[in-house]
Ligand binder design. Structure first.
Ligand code: ADP
Length: 267
């Protein structure tokens, strides 16, 4: 009798727990949804005034020779900070929209080698400003056609380019003058692997597990001087997962880092 009584009580307790937990979950889910919508709306609303501010600063900058040196300097700082804020708002908007499931991938046939080369070209100016050289290693001579055929993805071209730019940008930013960035594309069965290897400052072992977290930056003081938002790798991670792929990182302080993305060739 005692056993069946205990069993009955547990059943009732379980049912009540289910009921209350279930009820509590609804407002929490709703609150999270509202928070995500708020972040997306706020980021969106912040974009317009930032665009106006940027344009205004640029207009004044066109006549900066009329300004005293102190004001010129202030103008440059304002421009850099407006640019940083615009990047932050863009990154926040992307993450808020992806959290809310508001971004749909626009899949099409994408040639991975070509896309990597295109992304590299976009980043050439930034690389030379930092004294860093960027190279793409694809297939050995004679094999280029075979690789192009094997390394074609059914993916969102814009998002994969965004992913590549985040990784190349980091490989340049966290590099040393005279350093290198090497990109390697490999087709491996039904996967395409893209590696971004740099000869930069590297990442300490204790920071490695956290670098994909939002706003995490390995060495705060060092990274501030390099700009950045601390959201790039979170966006990169989202793009990779949305495509059903994976990303790994290997790094050694003072030697460099390699980020490798693996993407399935079909959706
Ligand atoms: P950030 O805007 O700061 O670059 P990310 O999310 O892209 O933000 O990167 C998070 C942190 O990971 C960076 O602040 C930096 O400390 C570290 N990191 C990312 N990529 C590299 C790299 N290639 N070499 C060294 N450190 C890196």
């Amino acid at each position: 009798i005692l056993i069946s009584l205990c069993g009955g009580l547990m059943l009732v307790a379980g049912f009540l727990g289910y009921l209350f937990a279930g009820r509590a979950m609804i407002p929490i889910t709703r609150a999270f949804k509202k928070l995500r919508e708020f972040t997306a709306d706020a980021s969106h609303e912040l974009r317009a005034p930032l665009t106006v501010m940027k344009a205004s600063v640029e207009v004044v900058q066109e006549h900066e020779d009329l300004l005293p040196p102190f004001h010129r300097e202030a103008l440059r700082t304002a421009k850099a900070e407006v640019g940083r804020m615009a990047e932050l708002v863009d990154h926040l908007l992307t993450l808020a929209r992806s959290d809310a499931g508001m971004i749909e991938l626009q899949r099409e046939k994408v040639d991975a080698v070509q896309l990597v080369q295109e992304s590299t070209r976009t980043m050439r100016a930034a690389a030379s400003m930092n004294g860093v050289s960027v190279q793409v290693h694809d297939a050995p001579a004679g094999n280029a056609e075979a690789l192009t055929a094997e390394a074609s993805l059914i993916a969102d071209r814009k998002r994969i380019k965004q992913l590549m730019i985040i990784l190349i940008d980091n490989a340049i930013k966290y590099n040393v003058p005279g350093g290198t960035v090497e990109l390697n594309v490999r087709a491996d069965g039904n996967l395409v692997a893209i590696a971004v290897k740099d000869s930069g400052i590297g990442i300490a072992a204790e920071d490695l597990p956290n670098i994909f977290d939002r706003f995490y930056r390995a060495d705060k003081s060092r990274d501030r001087s390099q700009g950045g938002t601390g959201l790039g790798l979170s966006i990169a991670q989202w793009i990779v997962s949305a495509h059903g792929g994976s990303m790994t990182v290997e790094s050694e302080l003072g030697v460099g880092s390699t980020f490798t993305v693996q993407l399935p060739t079909s959706a």
